[in-house]
Design a protein around this ligand. Structure first.
Ligand code: CTP
Ligand code: MG
Length: 265
């Protein structure tokens, strides 16, 4: 397979294996209860999906982005792509329908990537403010190690193990625990093979991220430092947190000197 990594010219700072990004936006958003899938909920008049497409297509690579949307919202997703993607963008963007579970949506997205894609980042549209810098760090670590790579933050709360009645049985040592985020990065073959295995079809035990999918298939997953702004919209309380990051970022942009690029949203 032709690989850009074979181009060792020092003048190509982004000589990387062909990149694909799967942006999953096909969930129902039941815990948020907004009456619309989360990726289409608006902040300051912009759907979360707009921010996600914006940050991915601002990465300094050529690549293929697949947006995985609910069937009911696929046309709207295409409209958003048209709005956000600059005419001269080197990114190719397509929209496909999602599945019932997140891992199915990811599989459909993977299947829509061209054969030439060797490295894949999977990202939740529900994390609209993950920075371009985080995408770059995940990607660089996949290229460096060949392992699956996930951003992670330390757990700050004291953790208890409880039973079905809510009775506490023990305090869990949080020193060895982390909370993981997206974008998560993979060698395409590893992720595609893992998604094709039977282990992830276990009844009532669907994997909630791709690190879990590849781990069930026996691959190694390593963590890198995550970031607060990659926070996920899950419940209504998260709206205030995202609002904070949006406002902070916009202010940062206004304060930036003319001609400079603020952090991309
Ligand atoms: N997702 C998806 N397809 C699914 C389920 C989830 O593409 N069948 C996506 C969501 O759109 C979201 C990300 O996976 O961007 C993380 O999932 P989650 O936070 O669980 O979102 P929802 O499933 O939409 O929310 P809920 O579980 O509250 O219904
Ligand atoms: Mg869900």
């Amino acid at each position: 397979m032709n690989s850009l990594a074979n181009d060792i010219s020092g003048s190509t700072p982004h000589a990387l294996p062909s990149l694909g990004v799967v942006l999953v936006a096909a969930g129902r958003g039941e815990r948020l209860g907004a009456g619309a899938p989360k990726a289409f909920v608006e902040l300051h008049g912009r759907a979360l999906l707009e921010f996600g497409i914006g940050v991915v297509t601002s990465l300094p690579h050529t690549g293929h982005l697949v947006v995985v949307a609910p069937e009911s919202h696929a046309a709207l997703a295409l409209e958003i792509v048209d709005q956000v993607l600059p005419q001269e963008s080197p990114w190719e963007v397509s929209v496909v329908h999602g599945g019932r579970e997140r891992h199915e949506s990811v599989r459909f997205g993977l299947e829509a990537l061209p054969e030439s894609v060797e490295t894949v980042l999977v990202h939740d549209a529900a994390r609209p403010f993950a920075s371009a810098e985080l995408f770059e760090r995940v990607l660089a670590e996949v290229v460096r190690t060949g392992d699956a790579v996930v951003p992670a933050l330390p757990v700050v709360d004291t953790l208890k193990r409880v039973d079905e009645d809510g009775i506490v049985h023990e305090t869990v040592d949080r020193a060895t625990l982390v909370a993981v985020q997206t974008p998560q990065g993979f060698v395409r073959e590893t992720l595609a093979a893992a998604h094709a295995t039977a282990q992830i079809q276990r009844e009532n035990d669907a994997p909630t991220d791709d690190a879990e999918v590849v781990q069930r298939a026996g691959a190694r997953v390593r963590t890198i430092e995550g970031e607060q702004r990659a926070h996920k919209l899950t419940t209504p309380a998260d709206l205030a947190i995202l609002e904070h990051f949006l406002t902070e970022n916009l202010l940062g942009r206004e304060a930036a000197p003319a001609g400079s690029h603020g952090a991309s949203l």
